[in-house]
Design a protein around this ligand. Structure first.
Ligand SMILES: *Cc1c(COP(=O)(O)O)cnc(C)c1O
Length: 367
């Protein structure tokens, strides 16, 4: 089976986990502090680790003290995690359309949806591309909005020569099993805002004030105060040990994904029935490899056919504004016309170039 995605692990991750098990201190401790130091150096900004990318988004939004009725502009074409994090914070997600060329939030559409209650814009760096960040920040400036970036797909990507996370307001990453690097489950928040850092660092540990500092040295607070709603969203030493090992492999992963994408792009260029999206491979580490099928192609039949050839595919994502929980009274024409034609091909760092060739020849024979 050529899998759609998978964790790509080496002996380094295994021995890192064994070290944690030998220490018999599995919770949030010195490994989390080390991983946070490594990430802070990577971004050149303070970074806090949490239990998932969803938790990162939830804590970032909660730290902005949004009130019920406050609105967050967010593209509909994202994983449901993004929308659930917004409602978890008490705010209302306002689903926006995408730019069909970049699959990123369409700022003309977002502008139409601004109201007096709009507080935040939450762009999603779909597939790893963050090329629209400069225009998003000027849009936020003009409209007095905070920016929370869902950079779950974009760990290690650059936008206009700047590393995603090294600039910007509040940037959230995911380290779940299939992201550019994984910690098993996990995520992080990068910002320079001291108030946000304080809130996140307490709220990930049930709101217990300054408990983070104790945990780093294997202790905890016994005499404490709590003044905000907190959650059990901290990262464990086991997860941090995996994350540290993976971070060291990022440049290898980047090269592999560059080779795989380049090979896909060149082999697919003369396949009729689908088109590819432009990928600026000097800037980004793609998280997924998405193609756009022609209107005439039956996506479900194609997926079944590929599966019969032991090739898994995926669909990123069912648009949130079509889900029962987040249904909108309005249409999003680009999202609705593109989504039924999107198909994600197998893409992970344990794939070989000949796997890519097998996927493309199976696609060709169906099309
Ligand atoms: C993976 C993902 C998340 C959530 O991250 P988890 O670590 O799985 O909670 C959020 N947004 C997007 C776009 C994602 O792909």
């Amino acid at each position: 089976m050529i899998r759609l995605s998978k964790s790509c692990l080496s002996a380094a991750e295994s021995s890192a986990v064994l070290n944690v098990l030998d220490d018999e201190y599995l919770g949030m401790g010195s490994y989390v502090r080390t991983f946070e130091h490594e990430l802070s150096a990577f971004f050149d900004r303070t970074t806090l680790c949490v239990s998932s990318g969803t938790a990162a988004l939830h804590l970032a939004l909660q730290a902005l003290s949004l009130k019920p009725g406050d609105e967050v502009l967010v593209p509909s074409l994202t994983y449901v995690a993004t929308f659930q994090a917004v409602t978890a914070s008490g705010a209302t997600p306002i689903a926006c359309d995408i730019d069909p060329a970049t699959l990123q939030i369409d700022l003309r559409d977002a502008a139409l949806r601004i109201s007096s209650r709009t507080k935040v814009i939450l762009p999603v760096h779909y597939a790893g591309s963050a090329s629209s960040l400069p225009s998003i920040y000027s849009f936020a400036d003009i409209n007095g909005l905070r920016v929370v970036e869902d950079a779950a797909h974009a760990f290690g990507s650059f936008s206009h020569n700047q590393k995603v996370g090294s600039i910007g307001d509040i940037v959230c990453f995911s380290f779940d099993g299939i992201k550019n690097i994984t910690s098993g489950e996990g995520g992080c928040i990068v910002t320079t805002d001291p108030e946000i850092l304080q809130r996140v660092s307490d709220d990930r540990l049930l709101g217990v004030q300054n408990d983070s500092i104790k945990r780093y040295s294997g202790q905890r607070s016994w005499d404490f105060d709590v003044s905000s709603q907190g959650w059990r969203y901290h990262m464990s030493n086991i997860n941090a040990a995996i994350g540290s090992s993976q971070l060291k492999r990022l440049s290898d992963f980047k090269l592999i994904k560059k080779h795989l994408s380049t090979h896909y792009l060149s082999l697919l260029s003369d396949v009729s029935g689908l088109t590819t999206f432009p990928l600026y491979l000097s800037d980004i580490i793609p998280h997924i490899f998405v193609v756009l099928l022609d209107f005439s192609v039956d996506r479900f039949q194609l997926r079944d056919y590929l599966l019969s050839k032991d090739i898994q595919t995926g669909i990123h994502y069912p648009p949130n504004h079509l889900l029962s929980r987040f249904k909108t009274p309005y249409r999003l024409p680009h999202t609705e016309s593109l989504f039924p034609r999107l198909l994600s091909l197998p893409f992970h760092c344990d794939m070989s170039l000949s796997d890519v060739e097998m996927v493309v020849s199976a696609l060709k024979s169906f099309l």
